[in-house]
Structures are given as C-alpha cells and as structure tokens.
Design a protein around this ligand. Sequence first.
Ligand code: AMP
Length: 114
Amino acid sequence: MSKTLFQKIADREITGDIVYEDDLVIAFRDIRPAAPMHALIVPRKPIPRINEAAADDQAVLGHLLLKAAHVARQLGLDKDGYRLVINNGAYAGETVPHLHVHILGGRAMSWPPG
Ligand code: AMP
C-alpha cells in the first residue's frame, strides 16, 4: 500500500516542521495555518479517519489525545485556550485520509463552526 502524505512527512520523505514525535505519534505545523498557531498530530499508524478506528486502536487514540494536549502546552496555548478538531469525511472538510487532530490556537474562535 502506498504511503500517505503524513507517513511521508514522518519518514522525512517530505519536509515537515516537526514539533513533537515519539514511537506512536508525530506532530508538525500545518502548511496552511487556519490560526496563528496550527499544528497537526498524527498517529504513525495510517488509520484513514476516526470512523475507521478499531477497538485495538484504543491505546494509540488515547495517546494521541494526551499528546495533543502536551503539544498544545509546548506551543504555549494552554493559558488562553485552544481547539482540537478531527474532520471525518467530506461534509467535515477532510482532505487528507490519514487520521489527524488539528491543534488550533493563538486567537479567539467562534462556535459553532461554519
Ligand atoms: P483535513 O482537512 O482535516 O483533512 O486537514 C488536512 C490538513 O493538512 C490541512 O489543514 C492542510 O493544510 C494540511 N496539510 C496538507 N499538506 C500538508 C503538508 N505537506 N504539511 C503540513 N500540513 C499539510
């Protein structure tokens, strides 16, 4: 199976502005930031989207969220707050079919999203 875009960033085949990585996840700055601070955190395992995650992904999904909060703190977003977003499928605006959590901060955000 061919690598996803985010696997290529993790494997250094495509340049990414990496801010955190460990055995299970990698985080890098979004190439088209939607906020003053915008990073993505991605499991190394190429789960296409949260809808396709399985019971045996439970540990990696928990790790993904805990490390999303870690990266947000590392980027200095925790004092003023930040938003975590997972887009699943066409209506949500998903464009890269490799599960990722957006970490957005640095400005106030409205709710609900458009
Ligand atoms: P989504 O629309 O939820 O699938 O999010 C995909 C995100 O990946 C978008 O915010 C893109 O700007 C971002 N993106 C696409 N290509 C790259 C890249 N080469 N490096 C970093 N972020 C990227």
